[in-house]
Design a binder for this molecule. Structure first.
Ligand SMILES: [Fe+2]
Ligand SMILES: [Fe+2]
Length: 176
C-alpha cells in the first residue's frame, strides 16, 4: 500500500472533503441545517393546510398543498444527506428545528381562509428563495456539489412560488 497510516487516517476523517474543497464546511453545515429546518416547517404548514382545505370552490387546492408538502420533505432529506456527507449532524430536536427555521424568518402558520393559506405559503417560499440564493452566492465554486443541490431545490422552490402567485392572480381576476 503506497499510503502512510497518517494519510489513511486523514482520509477517513475527511471523507469526501479534499484540499480542493474551498468552502467553510462548518459554516455550510450550519446554513444547511437552517435551510432544512425551513423545509420541515414548510412541510408541516402545507400538510396542515391540506388537512383543512375543504372548500368546494377550489377542489384542487387540497391536492396541491399535499403535493407541495411531499416535495418539502424531499428537500429536507436531500439537505440532511448532504449535512451528513460534510461531517455534520442533521438537527433533529423539534425545538432546535423551530428555532433554526425562525432564524430564516420561517414558522408554520395556519390561516383561516384558503386564499390566506396560499399567501402564507407564497411568503414562506419567497423567504426560502432568498435564503437559497444567498447561500449559493456565498459558496460560489468552493463546494460544487452543495451548490448544485441548492440550485435544484431553488428551482423547485421558485416553481412553487410561481404556482401560488398564479393562483392568487387568477382568483383576483375571477373574484373567487
Ligand atoms: Fe422546499
Ligand atoms: Fe416549496
Amino acid at each position: 500500500m503506497p499510503y502512510t497510516p497518517e494519510e489513511i487516517r486523514d482520509a477517513v476523517a475527511a471523507g469526501p472533503i479534499t484540499e480542493e474543497y474551498r468552502a467553510d464546511a462548518k459554516r455550510v453545515i450550519e446554513h444547511l441545517n437552517r435551510l432544512r429546518s425551513t423545509e420541515i416547517a414548510s412541510y408541516l404548514q402545507y400538510k396542515q393546510h391540506a388537512y383543512t382545505a375543504v372548500s368546494l370552490l377550489s377542489p384542487g387546492l387540497k391536492g396541491e398543498f399535499a403535493a407541495h408538502a411531499d416535495v418539502e420533505l424531499q428537500h429536507a432529506d436531500m439537505l440532511g444527506e448532504r449535512i451528513q456527507q460534510l461531517g455534520g449532524v442533521p438537527v433533529y430536536s423539534p425545538a432546535d428545528i423551530a428555532r433554526k427555521a425562525a432564524e430564516e424568518g420561517v414558522r408554520a402558520e395556519q390561516a383561516a381562509t384558503l386564499a390566506d393559506m396560499v399567501v402564507e405559503n407564497l411568503m414562506l417560499e419567497r423567504r426560502q428563495i432568498v435564503a437559497y440564493i444567498t447561500l449559493i452566492r456565498e459558496i460560489g465554486d468552493g463546494d460544487p456539489t452543495t451548490s448544485r443541490l441548492l440550485g435544484g431545490i431553488l428551482e423547485a422552490t421558485e416553481k412553487h412560488a410561481a404556482e401560488l402567485a398564479d393562483y392568487l392572480k387568477r382568483t383576483a381576476e375571477t373574484g373567487r
